[in-house]
Design a protein around this ligand. Structure first.
Ligand SMILES: Cc1ncc(COP(=O)(O)O)c(C=O)c1O
Length: 454
């Protein structure tokens, strides 16, 4: 037993530290690399190495994935201050119970699996037909999505990876900056990027499209080079900004002119309060240039249940005329075997009239939280964005490092937020604040932040 002289917690800690390498600025980066090398040497002495080379693409990644990194800070803070009540406005996990009209259906489905008549094994890889139909009809009422174009998944994050498998390493890509980190990180893992460039906080060969208040959170397309793929999230995580119809029309036109494919992420569409489009397919011509990824996570509190979907229109084709939907179907059949039937029963219940009403009530609750937090930061004289069409608030601290603001808020108020640079270099000077939380925590967070920042 190679590890026999190490106690299990030590091994586990070494592994966690390996993954927990954090790059905050270049001096910390070299310090962290030193720590990494030290652990590596220690690790090498204590385990028997294989002859298998590490995946060079994974080696390019600079930090652990953002959200586990934030959870690690949270854990360390609780160790340091065991008696304080930590409030998390960080990773953006939902907190409110799922309406029981939905969980009762999941429970009934689950119980039926214990009966001869109700037992079911594998389902269709693309998802239960009834659910695909319900998604197409309920969530895309005016845009004529066919049920066969809807692929049910175990969550948007998993479909981001399957989309990467679909596209492969050789396409060029652009991404909003800032943006949900899953897009850049999976692109690096896929082998599509160059190395990380410490001087600008970007990976080579990825086009970062700056989106901030100066351009109304929409990239300057006149200065954006053509790429094969454009990853675009609306409402955006982290900025909370939902692209307007006019902006999306420009994006579709740009993709058409360049022969690009837009991978559109609408995970927060249910939070839109104004007339911004809920789907890219509301834009004429989008069916020929876009795929849409979405999720039940923030829509129905299914972050733990795991359910999402992706729409691939029949008209979308590769440069050789091959339908993209056929290849996506091949990826889904080969690399996935369909979402859990229990989760799909829950998804179907969400889209029933009563279920939908129930989840809208929960969304409205989070929206009220957003209002409280938005007003808190505004009353402190800070510039605040988002908070209207997404459960995130993007707060500007001019001249400050986003990691410093994160650390100061954590140390002084015991509140977890997310430093803006976790979402891309253009997130510097910002933090993201999530509106998921129970009401007492949100009110208490508002009070603590006011005391710190007034
Ligand atoms: C924009 C965006 N896409 C995808 C995901 C992942 O969602 P899921 O829980 O469905 O995997 C998230 C999660 O926060 C997100 O913010």
């Amino acid at each position: 037993m190679y590890l026999s002289h190490l106690s299990l917690p030590t091994c586990t800690r070494s592994a966690a530290l390996f993954q927990g390498k954090l790059v905050q600025n270049s001096s910390t980066a070299s310090k962290e690399r030193g720590v990494g090398m030290f652990i590596r040497r220690r690790y090498m002495r204590t385990v028997c190495l294989t002859k298998v080379p590490r995946n060079a693409n994974l080696e390019k990644l600079q930090n652990g994935y953002l959200f586990p990194e934030i959870s690690r800070h949270e854990f360390e803070h609780v160790q340091k201050y065991p008696n304080v009540k930590l409030i998390s406005l960080g990773v953006g996990d939902t907190t409110e119970p799922i309406p029981d009209i939905i969980t009762l259906d999941m429970a009934a489905h689950s119980r039926a699996l214990s009966t001869v008549g109700g037992y079911r094994g594998y389902g269709a890889e693309q998802g239960n037909k009834e659910l695909r139909k319900a998604i197409a009809e309920t969530l895309y009422p005016d845009v004529h999505i066919k049920d066969t174009e809807v692929f049910v998944s175990d969550g948007a994050q998993c479909d981001i990876s399957r989309i990467q498998l679909l596209l492969g390493p050789n396409v060029t890509m652009a991404v909003q900056d800032p943006s949900f980190p899953g897009y850049v990180d999976t692109s690096v893992i896929m082998g599509r990027s160059g190395n990380f460039q410490e001087e600008n906080g970007k990976y080579g060969k990825i086009e970062y499209m700056k989106c901030g208040p100066e351009n109304n959170f929409f990239p300057d397309l006149s200065n954006t080079p053509r790429t094969d793929i454009i990853f675009f999230i609306s409402p955006n995580n982290p900025t909370g900004y939902a692209a307007s119809r006019d902006q999306l029309e420009k994006l579709v036109k740009f993709a058409k002119k360049n022969g690009s494919i837009i991978i559109y992420d609408s995970a927060y569409a249910a939070y839109i309060s104004d007339d911004s489009p809920r789907s890219i397919f509301e834009i004429p011509g989008a069916r020929e240039v876009a795929i849409e990824i979405s999720s039940f996570s923030k829509f129905a509190g299914f972050t733990g249940v795991r359910l999402g979907w992706t729409v691939v229109p029949e008209e979308l084709e590769f440069s050789n005329g091959f339908p993209v939907i056929n290849d996506f179907n091949r990826v889904v059949c080969t690399c996935f075997n369909g979402a859990s039937s229990i989760a799909q029963a829950g998804g179907l219940a969400c889209l029933s009239p009563e279920g939908y009403k129930g989840i809208r009530g929960v969304i409205d609750f989070y929206k009220e939280n957003m209002k409280i937090l938005l007003e808190t930061f505004q009353s402190l004289g800070l510039k605040v964005y988002g908070g209207k069409n997404a459960p995130y608030i993007w707060v500007h601290f001019p001249g400050s490092s986003s990691w410093d603001v994160f650390a100061k808020i954590l140390e002084k108020t015991h509140i977890i937020t997310i430093p803006g640079t976790g979402f891309g270099p253009n997130g510097e000077e910002y933090i993201r604040v999530s509106a998921f939380g129970n009401r007492n925590s949100i009110l208490e967070a508002s009070e603590r932040l006011t005391n710190l920042l007034k």
